[in-house]
Ligand binder design. Structure first.
Ligand SMILES: *[C@@H]1O[C@H](CO)[C@@H](O)[C@H](O)[C@H]1NC(C)=O
Ligand SMILES: *[C@@H]1O[C@H](CO)[C@@H](O)[C@H](O)[C@H]1NC(C)=O
Ligand SMILES: *[C@@H]1O[C@H](CO)[C@@H](O)[C@H](O)[C@H]1NC(C)=O
Ligand SMILES: [Zn+2]
Length: 437
């Protein structure tokens, strides 16, 4: 009683000083709780609108539709259902290309027959509640296959022919089908994780365990017990080990941003930059500019207030060193007030088609830039990366200096060490004398 006794304290605005202190404690306590209660957990909320499964695909329809397309166009689409989630659901790996056409550019023999199709890996549905990217995958597939049945000589036909001849596209249709199943079954549209509540995009072996993730299983950014604890990661790590990809894109919704590597806490501290930064930035800018209004783009840790540790796209850049690795947030409006969950990541049913049409230029730009980039690579004498880097220039400079030093010092070396021990040196003087004689 004595410790918190308030008797005899002066009155201020009708409130004792002690009351005000109590109020302060309470509000401080509330403040520390706020991050918990605000969107960090994965409890369901009362939604503003819900998906209509005659407009959006549900998980059953996702599988059925992919299978139907693969069966219809076997010369251009190959489906692999062997990659599976923890609960054994297929993740639907679809390879899209013209498998009979071996596209090679004219001068490819000069540098040996390098494969000149740009090879791209697109990952959809890592986060359970983000339906929109999965829908955009269907939009893309319908666009490409639509061209196959379009009349000979039509624009759509020519467009598809060109893309399929220049691009070797791998699609992981739904990386996290268990999470999607959970969302549909429980109608908890705030659910982001796998069946065990792990955020797959914090479970990759790149800066795993950093502060840009959570160790709390109740948190929506729960990273899991260890890197790659979730079997759902395997499809991406395995594909990238078996095939040499030029580009990886991890597709999300919630905002309208394009992130370059890196997004982790350590990289932010070191200001670490990814390889091939200039070209990656060029691509990100082109992609952003193709959108109306344009997307934000930039290095993850620069664009975002928060960092993210253990993401798939940082892993593809940092560990696998792909020339391009981006995270694309395709839809959202972070400024809109009173967002719940489904509406934070997905447009209303009636606006879906329009929103899909609006993001289609992302793919168009991606394919045209990467096929152009790939051709330039094939033409470049070094085969790999574009402009000579600064370190290459320094290397050339150092070699030149060494060469000059070697030539100058050469005749001072003992004859056993000289490159040309018996070389006759004719001095300018003697030449001069010979000419005079
Ligand atoms: C998926 O959607 C279809 C079409 O609306 C519906 O017939 C089917 O029952 C749904 N499946 C599940 C598992 O919800
Ligand atoms: C695929 O490639 C083959 C062989 O080059 C070609 O004949 C065919 O027209 C191509 N298909 C499309 C849709 O362009
Ligand atoms: C696919 O998209 C391209 C570019 O946006 C467009 O030119 C083409 O007509 C579309 N094809 C179909 C079948 O819709
Ligand atoms: Zn996401």
């Amino acid at each position: 009683m004595s410790l918190y006794s308030c008797s005899g304290t002066p009155q201020l605005l009708g409130m004792t000083l002690c009351n005000r202190r109590l109020l302060l404690y309470i509000s401080l306590l509330l403040l520390t709780w706020l991050p918990w209660t605000q969107g960090r957990d994965v409890k369901p909320v009362k939604e503003k609108y819900l998906p209509d499964y005659t407009v959006y695909h549900n998980l059953t329809q996702v599988g059925a539709h992919i299978q139907e397309l693969a069966q219809k166009f076997p010369a251009y689409l190959r489906l692999d259902t062997n990659y599976r989630s923890r609960k054994g659901r297929p993740q639907y790996v679809l390879r899209v290309s013209n498998f009979s056409g071996s596209y090679s550019i004219q001068h490819s023999t000069e540098v040996g027959l390098t494969p000149v199709k740009a090879r791209i890996l697109l990952a959809y549905g890592e986060h359970a509640r983000e339906f929109f990217p999965v829908e955009s995958m269907f939009h893309l597939l319908l666009n490409l296959t639509g061209g196959l049945t379009a009349p000979e000589g039509s624009h759509s036909r020519a467009y598809t022919s060109e893309i399929l001849s220049k691009i070797d596209l791998f699609i992981v249709g739904i990386v996290n089908p268990d999470g999607r199943q959970y969302v549909e079954q429980t109608k908890n549209y705030c659910w982001r994780g796998t069946s065990t509540g792990v955020d797959l995009n914090r479970n990759f072996d790149w800066q795993f365990g950093g502060p840009g993730s959570s160790g709390d299983p109740e948190d929506e950014e729960y990273r899991g017990a260890a890197a790659f604890s979730e079997p759902e990661c395997f499809v991406l790590t395995d594909l990238v080990t078996k095939f040499q990809f030029d580009a990886f894109l991890s597709l999300h919704s919630g905002t309208r941003d394009i992130y370059l590597p890196f997004s982790d806490s350590q990289s932010k501290q070191e200001q670490r930059k990814p390889k091939n930064l200039a070209d990656q930035m060029r691509l990100a800018k082109l992609l952003s500019d193709s959108m109306v209004p344009e997307f934000q783009h930039g290095i993850g840790y620069e664009l975002n207030q928060y960092t993210a540790d253990g993401t798939s796209f940082d892993y593809m850049a940092g560990v696998k060193e792909l020339p391009f690795s981006l995270a694309v947030e395709m839809w959202g409006d972070r400024d809109s007030p009173s967002k719940r969950c489904f509406d934070l990541f997905n447009p209303p049913n009636k606006d879906l088609q329009n929103a899909l049409d609006e993001v289609q230029p992302l793919y168009e730009t991606l394919f045209s830039y990467l096929s152009y980039w790939k051709e330039r690579q094939a033409h470049s004498p070094f085969g790999v990366i574009e402009e000579p880097s600064m370190s290459f220039m320094y290397f050339c400079l150092a070699m030149t200096v060494l060469f000059v030093v070697f030539v100058c010092m050469h005749r001072h070396l003992p004859s056993s060490l000289r490159a040309f021990p018996k070389r006759r040196v004719i001095s300018i003087n003697r030449l001069w004398m010979m000419w005079r004689d």
